[in-house]
Design a protein around this ligand. Structure first.
Ligand code: C2E
Ligand code: CA
Ligand code: CA
Ligand code: CA
Length: 275
């Protein structure tokens, strides 16, 4: 039995080695991914729940690796955050999203995800200014999506940065709302323009009365606070109907459209489709 234990341990150790090695390789490949043109943005439409027209798009990062193929963000973003590479990548995403969105019809906004690491270690205001100026895009068409990781260290400087973003005219939304520990207290701390109700709430909608009551409570609270609500991960017509009934302002999910690479994105058609 003792022998077995040792073997198991050795096996585990070599598995760990393999994992670490794969991670290091990913990190190495990430370094040149942008300059080699392997990174692209995909855009997913967000729908106005009253008019059912497209209101804007969320930019989602896509990495096509020459050997591995498409690497999902859930795999490479944590690596990029741990190594600090997310700062350069994030700045690129901002620039790229503005460059692409400048060609869309004026009423469509673009939302960009910002990592807590990028928020903390990078001069976000400078990156924002550069991206907006270079694209000569109006700031009110840009929105940043942050998660509660940004607010975890509730420092003066965090709040100051959020205020500066607002004074540029850029909107801020709280992503993955409801999954953290103290989501409600964050709403008191800072005036968000929008909250995105996490998709775990949406997938439960048709099964439980509780989920429905929860969404209703969130949307009416936000309405009173002057905050818009987006439901993420809307996949069925039944979910759409409940969300409209519960007065959720914006809807996003496969039901309306999957994220599409910018090369395949025809926003004019998208915009017209709803008329
Ligand atoms: P997120 O910001 O919560 O983005 C929503 C995720 O849900 C996206 O996955 C999207 O493709 C997926 N999704 C959209 N509609 C549906 C639906 O109806 N059903 C289901 N099951 N899924 C849906 P994706 O693109 O794989 O991104 C995963 C996460 O990676 C994002 O979660 C975000 O946290 C991160 N991420 C993606 N792009 C960036 C980026 O440019 N910067 C940073 N910092 N993080 C990013
Ligand atoms: Ca997001
Ligand atoms: Ca989300
Ligand atoms: Ca998420």
């Amino acid at each position: 039995a003792k022998q077995d234990g040792r073997n198991t341990y050795c096996f585990f150790e070599s598995e760990m080695d393999a994992l670490m090695k794969a991670r290091r390789e990913l990190e190495l490949d990430l370094r040149s991914a942008i300059e080699k043109g392997q990174m692209q943005l995909a855009y997913q439409p967000v729908i106005n729940s009253e008019t059912l027209e497209i209101a804007g798009f969320e930019a989602l990062l896509r990495w096509h690796h020459p050997q591995r193929g498409w690497v999902p963000p859930s795999e490479f973003i944590p690596v990029a955050e741990a190594s600090g590479q997310i700062c350069d990548i994030g700045a690129w995403v901002l620039r790229q999203a503005c460059q692409e969105a400048r060609n869309w019809p004026d009423h469509l906004w673009v939302a960009v995800n910002v990592s807590p690491v990028q928020f903390k270690h990078r001069d976000l205001i400078q990156d924002l200014n550069t991206a907006l100026l270079d694209a000569s895009m109006s700031a009110n068409r840009l929105e940043l999506e942050i998660t509660e990781g940004v607010l975890l260290h509730n420092t003066e400087s965090t709040l100051a940065t959020l205020e500066s973003i607002h004074s540029l005219g850029v909107s801020i939304s709280m992503d993955d709302f409801g999954t953290g520990y103290s989501s409600l207290s964050y709403l008191r701390m800072f005036k968000f323009d929008k909250i995105k109700i996490d998709q775990s709430f949406i997938s439960d909608l048709h099964q439980t009365q509780d989920a429905r009551a929860m969404i209703g409570a969130i949307t009416s609270m936000c309405e009173n606070l002057g905050i818009k609500t987006t439901a993420e991960g809307v996949e069925t017509r039944a979910q759409q109907d409940i969300l409209i009934q519960q007065k959720c302002s914006l809807l996003q999910g496969y039901l309306f459209g999957r994220p599409v690479l910018s090369s395949e994105l025809d926003v004019y058609r998208f915009a017209k489709q709803q008329q």
